[in-house]
Design a protein around this ligand. Structure first.
Ligand SMILES: [Zn+2]
Length: 486
């Protein structure tokens, strides 16, 4: 039988999140469990051999704590869970244990450098030693990663790993302040490493120029105390969330879009995970990604700085952190909110009977629960930018529909295109002539596929084509003689 161990009890079970125990009743399972983990006896039973009052035992969803139920056979039960009552506040075991800070020393230079921390009662020498002992992974060295990496380096985090697969491009410099003009075309991980070294040469820096995948996610975070998600896509976020939960490493989450940001902590103690908050990501193409949607320059700085601050609070073990809450901030109106995030008992990852037990590559369509057979049958026909240019040039009668957002059209307009947002397509389909071929365009050629499927579902019978690669692929062709149309 699988026994799920709640965070506060894990120290009795070699820090495992789940263990195996033989038996078909609670009584048999507890006997086998304490035989395998003699240490656990102390945690589970009082001096008189009675199960401690603050521990509840669940078999599946059934509360089996009462001793009268301990001899009932557990048929068809997927797992047993030991759930202690957690009062909250400071956990018994800190993220950086007292044992670990015994090995850390602050020299005279450290005393000077971190003087402002040492003056703070909540940090002091002990807190600064915890910061120095801490090992933190930052995934993504972009707009969010820039402030996170620089502040954690400046704060004195002893070991920092930076993971990013991308190269610095000129358009990154508007928000990714860890990189500078001379870093263009260099790997972001290497550029970030150099910045950290410029801040403090004593920091152990590991720079990994790779994309997080199901295969490498566990090894990327193994041996670290804390992971900070500074990525910009749904796939990586779920992958990182799953890997962190399975490894028992807390995760500081941050996300930005245009003028708005979100920050939260997942998988800390018995707190919720990303899947508890968002079981599914939005359908592909429905929401523009950060790269498509744009962001105001300081937004990454604001949200990333809050992430760095949360990370330091977890390391020091002080303050009210964001586990179980989501901070939202709108920098346009300056409204901010604090939403409660509850742990979902049915969460496929951290719920009572999880279906996700190892790291798997995420099938985005499946995750969005939109993968349907008929959709696969009705594949969307596409035109290359060259083909579309040829048809426009030939003077053939075609309709071009631009489904991009107003701010995207403001950058590059498509000449003579009909503008119809995806949400209005079904209602406005009479504006299209079914006898004329209609070509849909968006920024990257993904939202336009969604537009075509939407129109088909609404019963439209005319020929519909998708511009492959969207405006990104088309702009060099149509605007090559017009200086980019800006
Ligand atoms: Zn969860």
């Amino acid at each position: 039988m699988k026994v799920i161990i709640s965070a506060t009890l894990r120290s009795f079970f070699t820090r495992s999140t789940e263990v195996e125990a033989a038996g078909n009743t609670i009584e048999e399972i507890l006997i086998d469990l304490t035989a395998r983990y003699p240490e656990a006896k102390r945690g589970l039973y009082d001096d008189e051999g009675k199960l401690r009052k603050f521990i509840r035992i669940f078999a599946g969803e059934e509360d089996m704590t009462d001793e009268s139920k301990h001899k009932e056979t557990l048929d068809g039960v997927p797992s047993v869970m030991l759930l202690p009552f957690v009062a909250g506040g400071a956990p018994d075991e800190k993220l950086i244990s007292d044992e670990r800070i015994k090995e850390v020393h602050l020299d005279d230079k450290d005393i000077d450098r971190f003087n402002k921390h040492l003056l703070l009662r909540e940090i002091g020498v002990k807190g600064q030693k915890r910061i120095k002992a801490a090992k933190v992974v930052i995934i993504g060295a972009g707009a969010l990663g820039s402030p996170v990496i620089q502040y954690l380096a400046a704060a004195g985090v002893g070991t920092i790993k930076v993971v990013d697969h991308d190269q610095v491009s000129i358009e990154n410099l508007q928000s990714q302040v860890i990189h500078s003009s001379r870093d263009v075309k260099r790997p972001k991980a290497a550029s970030a490493r150099d910045t950290i070294r410029n801040i403090d040469r004593n920091i152990e820096v590991i720079a990994e120029n790779l994309m997080v995948t199901a295969e490498n996610a566990a090894s990327v975070i193994e041996g670290y105390d804390l992971v900070i998600d500074c990525t910009d896509n749904y796939k990586s976020r779920y992958l990182i969330n799953d890997a962190c939960h399975l490894a028992g490493i807390p995760l500081v989450f941050g996300a930005i879009y245009q003028y708005e940001g979100q920050v939260g902590i997942f998988g800390y103690e018995d707190g919720p995970c990303l899947r508890c908050l968002y079981p599914n990501p939005p359908e592909p193409g429905l929401v523009p990604t950060c790269a498509e949607g744009g962001t105001i320059s300081p937004l990454g700085g604001i949200v990333g700085s809050i992430q760095a601050n949360e990370a330091l609070k977890l390391i020091i073990g002080t303050g009210e952190h964001l586990s179980g809450r989501l901070l939202t901030i709108d920098t346009m109106s300056l409204h901010s909110g604090m939403l409660k995030v509850k742990k979902d008992v049915n969460c496929p990852l951290c719920g009572k009977s999880p279906s996700i037990t190892h790291i798997e590559d995420i099938d985005y369509e499946e995750l969005c629960s939109i993968k349907r057979e008929e959709e696969q049958e009705a594949a969307v026909e596409g035109l290359t930018p060259e083909e579309l240019a040829g048809r426009i040039e030939s003077g053939e009668k075609i309709t071009i529909v631009d489904v991009r957002e107003p701010h995207e059209r403001a950058i590059i307009r498509f000449p003579d295109a009909l503008v119809i947002p995806i949400g209005q397509l079904a209602r406005r389909q009479k504006e299209l002539d079914p006898q004329v071929d209609t070509i849909f365009i968006c920024k990257e050629g993904k939202r336009s596929i969604l537009a075509i499927n939407t129109l088909r579902e609404a019963g439209y019978k005319g020929a519909l084509y998708n511009l492959k690669g969207g405006m990104d692929a088309m702009k060099d062709i149509i605007f090559s003689n017009e200086g980019g149309g800006l």
